[in-house]
Design a protein around this ligand. Sequence first.
Ligand code: SAM
Ligand code: 2KA
Ligand code: SF4
Ligand code: MG
Length: 242
Amino acid sequence: MNKFPILEIFGPTIQGEGMVVGRKTMFVRTAGCDFSCAWCDSAFTWDGSAKEEVRRMTAEDIIAELQETGGDKYDHVTISGGNPALLKNLQELIEPLHEKNIEVALETQGSRWQEWFLDIDDLTISPKPPSSKMTTNWDILDDIIQKQQTNGRLSHTSLKVVIFNDEDLHYAEKVHKRYANIPFFLQVGNDDLEEDQPAELATNLLTKYEWLIDKVMESSALNHVRVLPQVHALLWGNKRGV
Ligand SMILES: C[S@@+](CC[C@H](N)C(=O)[O-])C[C@H]1O[C@@H](n2cnc3c(N)ncnc32)[C@H](O)[C@@H]1O
Ligand SMILES: Nc1nc2[nH]cc(C(=O)O)c2c(=O)[nH]1
Ligand code: SF4
Ligand SMILES: [Mg+2]
């Protein structure tokens, strides 16, 4: 059995972002990322600060811990990271979850594709705008979308771009135009990752949400879109494991 590097297993909570926002779900967070976004809210998955917390777990270990933590109070698991798409063989986790009638979602940035993407019920691809300081490999992104389409998986796929500024909005317009048939989400960027008072953060994020809504309302290139905050950040701030 393969072992996967795992940093967190938590829930049930709500999916705070994107295509299934509000959905009751468990989270499995993998360690390691091929990116290093300037504003990553989960930098502990790749910057070494939590490396002693990483556990190497088989799919069986992960499912046992989901069971211990969530009992029978969930039927949806979200795999995030880090970049879980770095891991080959995640079908070893997805298949037994499906056998238990548990749906599986994935959060990834669109820098890698794996065959097991075709088994994901809610696939969120989140290409990174200029403020992240990362560059988008359009050939790889095209290929991922193409594979999802060819295999009839577009109804299980969405795009989500985090927005911090006007340049990011321009990038979002470009992404939406390129993949016009994929459900498209714009997400408020959290630039206040050190704030430990949830109420302070919420006030700040709501101001940014209103700014983002105003901008999107003005853009004729962003009509068939949804604009969302990170609901979990509004409620619980920058806390881990929620
Ligand atoms: C931590 S990432 C992990 C999955 C994958 N590496 C990715 O980026 O899609 C999960 C989601 O959080 C978003 N995110 C990360 N930092 C953020 C921030 N400061 N504000 C808003 N969203 C953020 C990412 O864009 C991504 O959509
Ligand atoms: N509640 C909650 N919703 C989330 N949606 C995406 C998350 C992530 O870190 O990938 C996340 C998270 O960490 N918590
Ligand atoms: S791709 Fe995701 S996990 Fe990796 S650095 Fe960027 S936001 Fe963080
Ligand atoms: Mg998060």
